[in-house]
Design a protein around this ligand. Structure first.
Ligand code: PA5
Length: 447
């Protein structure tokens, strides 16, 4: 269960401010539940863990089996919400070293999430001599980064396999009816999966967007959905802040924002959660960062980053940020530290100790140090890293983010600011329709 430990922040909170924020949060929660807030045409994710398309879910499993049986490598093409969720779940549950592990499932490479030619060339080279399958994911079907990568990998698949075989190896996850990618897929006979109209990119990990790559990695997507469904039922039924850890989290993060904190630092003590932090950064950053408002989401993995950013947080973090630590209470893959004769490294005081215990002491030590330094710590506890708990975490954060957006007074489901760089890039590249801007921008850049 998503459990919030907030006793370490109580001394920072003024009770009158707390009560006012509780009322705002309850009102924001009601707006979400009643579906009468801004962006209410993007609420498909709210009941998704139970209301998902069961037929498509079965098709996803079938496609995953096909890929597992016929490909050494799955190329996943997508950016932002069309990529982060799948990678976050795969790395959390299977490891960031997934591709290096001995396993019966295909290698999975993510591409089309940048415009780096070296990254692209590297992945093409890694496909040399391998049987490949491609899952291209783009709701709009027109995003430049995945479109370029898809052009490359479609050509690669077409050059290696017959037309019929190539069509069996390309899977497109996109809009149900429209868009360039949908048209292309229908023309070429590629299997398509749907990004529902009412689910935005950053809320789409529990649709085919995330589920197909996740299933190919051998992850139990039923358990993932079950975790999310249980969190969904909690959010739907527990609506008072006192009993809802999700709503209490919303109250506290918004209070810290009102107290002038500019950043929320998502912290994990498990390196495998680094990509999950990236997913969180998109979820909160794109949902809240608009109209001049919002906490800037940052992330760290401790104790790794205690040896780089720890100095800053300890001595200059006060007033700037608070930390939201995601902590897992159990570890299925522990390591017991041995004893060494002579104790030359001085570590025998840890002999017989589990590394998870050492990690936990590091967390507690850091919590005290950072709290003393004026950086508040919210701690979210879960049982362990597995499908069920990650499903819970995904849904709980999605829900918290949506309610938080309404508390802040923004539309948590749009991302108008994302378009600005695209317009400039298209104009500079001379894309048809953008000619008028080209000269102006080139002058500005002195080109
Ligand atoms: O959350 C979002 O909506 C964005 O991050 C999109 O997911 C991202 O821009 C990719 O868009 P698309 O799936 O249309 O290619």
């Amino acid at each position: 269960m998503f459990k919030l430990e907030d006793r370490y922040v109580q001394s920072f909170i003024n009770q009158a401010d707390y009560s006012a924020m509780v009322s705002k949060t309850v009102a924001a929660d009601k707006i979400l539940r009643d579906g009468n807030g801004e962006g209410n045409d993007y609420l498909g994710w709210v009941n998704l863990p139970e209301n998902y398309d069961k037929e498509e879910f079965a098709e996803i499993k079938k496609a995953a089996e096909y890929i597992k049986n016929n490909a050494d490598v799955l190329i996943v093409i997508g950016i932002g919400g069309s990529y982060l969720g799948a990678r976050a779940v795969i790395e959390a549950i299977k490891s960031p070293n997934y591709n290096l592990l001995k396993k019966s499932t295909p290698q999975i490479y993510f591409i089309g999430n940048s415009i780096s030619p070296s990254s692209l060339n590297e992945i093409v080279a890694l496909c040399e001599g391998k049987d490949i399958a491609v899952n291209v994911i783009s709701k709009s079907g027109t995003t430049t980064e995945p479109a370029i990568a898809f052009r490359v990998f479609r050509e690669l698949v077409n050059s290696r396999y017959s037309k019929e075989e190539a069509a069996k190896r390309i899977f497109c996850t996109t809009d149900k009816n429209k868009g360039t990618l949908k048209e292309l897929a229908d023309n070429e006979g590629y299997k398509t999966f749907v990004v529902p109209d009412d689910v935005g990119g950053r809320y789409s990990v529990l649709t085919a967007v995330g589920l197909l790559p996740i299933a190919v990695a051998g992850i139990d997507i039923d358990a993932l959905m079950k975790g999310a469904a249980d969190a969904m039922n909690d959010c739907a039924s527990i609506r008072d802040v006192e009993n809802s850890d999700v709503l209490r989290y919303v109250v506290l993060r918004n209070l810290f924002y009102n107290y002038g904190r500019k950043c929320e630092c998502f912290v994990s003590y498990e390196p495998s959660m680094a990509m999950f932090n990236e997913w969180l950064k998109q979820l909160f950053g794109e949902s809240e960062g608009k109209d001049g408002k919002g906490l800037f989401p940052v992330s760290t993995v401790f104790s790794t980053d205690l040896h780089s950013l720890g100095q800053f947080i300890q001595e200059s973090g006060k007033g700037l940020m608070f930390e939201t630590v995601v902590k897992f209470n159990n570890c299925d893959n522990d390591y017991v530290i041995g004893s060494q004769e002579g104790n030359l490294d001085g570590l025998n005081f840890l002999s017989g100790e589990k590394m998870s215990v050492v990690n936990e002491k590091a967390r507690l030590g850091t919590l005290l140090a950072h709290t003393e330094g004026g950086v508040e710590n919210l701690v979210i506890e879960l049982d362990k890293i597995d499908e069920y708990n990650i499903g819970q975490l995904i849904y709980s954060f999605e829900y918290a983010c949506a309610v938080s957006g309404y508390v802040l007074g923004v539309n948590p489901f749009n991302q108008p600011g994302v378009e600005s760089y695209k317009k400039n890039m298209f104009a500079l590249l001379g894309k048809p329709g953008y000619e008028s801007e080209k000269e102006r921008l080139e002058n500005q850049l002195g080109l």
